[in-house]
Design a protein around this ligand. Structure first.
Ligand SMILES: NC(=O)c1ccc[n+]([C@@H]2O[C@H](COP(=O)([O-])OP(=O)(O)OC[C@H]3O[C@@H](n4cnc5c(N)ncnc54)[C@H](O)[C@@H]3O)[C@@H](O)[C@H]2O)c1
Length: 376
């Protein structure tokens, strides 16, 4: 019989909905030691908050996260708010003894991420950064193949993350285009995911050389009254050297006309290769030099077999899963780790390391030099 754990969420929009759906569904599909009770939802807009809470089944509401994180009836705080709020909410929640799930990027910079890691470690709570692409079954299969040595030594990790929702210069300004609120633009939003996947699949990044662009310098205010300057990047790319000697490139942009959520990565090893595209998230391309010469070629694996990661909880082979399932998998693993008193990946250390790589790319872009990223 699963024990209850009382959960609170902060943020009620895009990620608030994705995470809420995960708490609703997770016990329906997975046998877990802990059952999430959706105890409280927090947002700033009281009317929107009520309808959000009613729709997903959150039992109570708060309009102050400061109050929420000190409530005695909460054991886990899930942060789905803009980036500048991550550090203060996570630190306060950890100090109040709550387990913390935090959306990515973990923070606006490595200094903030470090404070979050320190607070969570001092409090002895479980912590996780919501890098949900680690829990795409095809990515986990790629991880298994690499772990089993089927790619040999990794020589390259190359990734692009293309979106196009800011190509239109009349697209309105939001917190995502404000450096004070977001920390960065495409870099923290998209490269954060890719850097995390690079660390997960290919190892630690040792040094980077980057460049950044902002093509649209100002955008209409949300209320239609005038324009506001854009203070973040539209695109950031960088070359990377890995600690294991591999090299690679990263390119993220919100200005790639026609591309919606195109995260394409390729890992090339001495014995084989894998390739993945998030817009075809049930598929993994795999090439093995150990195949018979006459049969060599990329095979396209439909990752929907019961033996493949997470799939046995879902549908029969060929019955594909979707983007929202990655959040359910993440919640499943976080609850399991809390019950077992064990760490979970990606944790706040992973979030900090990711942030250090992102910060180094920004420094490199402004100085025009390679920047080393020592292990700390
Ligand atoms: N894992 C992913 O794939 C993914 C995708 C999108 C966004 N994100 C991340 O999730 C986070 C949230 O992004 P989003 O797209 O959901 O943003 P959003 O703008 O859709 O929603 C933000 C929510 O936070 C609330 N909020 C803002 N400040 C608050 C405060 N002080 N107190 C309480 N509530 C507050 C807003 O009212 C809103 O409900 C960001 O860090 C973002 O980078 C992750």
């Amino acid at each position: 019989m699963a024990k209850d754990i009382n959960v609170a969420i902060v943020g009620t929009k895009f990620m608030g909905r994705a995470h809420s759906n995960a708490y609703v569904d997770v016990s329906h599909f997975f046998d877990l030691p802990l059952h999430p009770v959706m105890r409280a939802a927090c947002g700033r807009d009281a009317a929107g908050l009520q309808s959000f809470a009613a729709r997903f089944g959150w039992q109570s509401t708060e309009t102050s996260w400061e109050k929420l994180v000190t409530r005695d009836d909460i054991q886990l705080v899930d942060i789905c708010t803009p980036n500048q709020t991550h550090m203060p909410i996570a630190v306060a929640a950890a100090r109040a003894g709550k387990h913390v799930m935090c959306e990515k990027p973990m923070a606006r910079n490595a200094d903030e991420a470090r404070r979050m890691l320190d607070a969570a470690q001092e409090a002895g709570v479980r912590h996780m950064v919501a890098f949900n692409y680690r829990r795409v079954p095809a990515i986990l299969l790629a991880h298994e193949l690499i772990d089993q040595g089927k790619l040999g030594d990794i020589m390259h990790f190359n990734a692009v993350y293309y979106q196009d929702w800011l190509v239109d210069p009349s697209a309105g300004a939001t917190w995502r285009m404000d450096a004070q609120e977001a920390g960065s633009g495409a870099h923290g939003d998209l490269n954060a995911h890719v850097v995390d996947l690079a660390r997960f699949l290919a190892g630690e990044v040792a040094a980077v050389s980057g460049m950044q662009d902002t093509f649209v310098k100002e955008r209409p205010r949300g209320d239609g009254k005038g324009m506001v300057p854009v203070t973040v990047d539209d695109a950031t790319s960088f070359l990377a050297r890995f600690q294991n000697g591999a090299s690679g490139y990263f390119f993220s942009s919100r200005m790639c006309t026609g591309r919606k959520n195109y995260l394409r990565l390729e890992v090339f090893g001495t014995k084989g290769s894998v390739a993945f595209n998030l817009e075809r998230m049930n598929e993994l391309e795999f090439y093995s030099r150990e195949d018979l010469d006459a049969e060599q070629g990329f095979r396209n694996i439909l990752v929907t077999n019961a033996s493949q990661p997470f799939i046995s909880a879902w549908w029969p082979p060929g019955h594909i899963i979707g983007w929202e399932h990655t959040f359910i998998h993440e919640v499943r693993d976080f609850l399991t780790a809390i019950a077992a008193h064990e760490p979970v990946h990606a944790d706040f250390y992973d979030g900090l390391r990711c942030q250090q790589v992102l910060d180094a790319a920004v420094t490199s872009a402004s100085t025009g030099r390679w920047v080393d990223i020592p292990l700390t």
